[in-house]
Design a protein. Structure first.
Length: 90
């Protein structure tokens, strides 16, 4: 398991990962400490696309729908604003 994302200039680049919702300030600080934020990784604002929300558990569908860019109930594809740890080294 890789804890961060390696930057790419390709528009077709993608990564698989876990999407965490509703983290507290303390939980974010613990993740920053674990990832050595600012040393090897930088927590960065990103957008993620969830290609097929309809295959997810109903509670997860609700979280994704409530936090995505679309106002309707169409579940085929969602874009969410979130954060990821981006690898800083070459």
């Amino acid at each position: 398991v890789y804890p961060g994302v390696i930057p790419s200039t390709s528009t077709s680049a993608s990564v698989e990962g876990a999407l965490l919702f509703d983290l507290s300030s303390l939980e974010l600080k613990l993740l920053d400490y674990f990832e050595e934020e600012g040393v090897d990784y930088e927590r960065t604002d990103i957008q993620v696309q969830i290609p097929d929300v309809s295959s997810l558990d109903e509670d997860i569908q609700t979280l994704v729908t409530n936090n995505s860019n679309k106002d309707d109930n169409y579940l085929s594809s969602r874009i969410l604003k979130t954060q990821a740890y981006i690898w800083l080294k070459d």
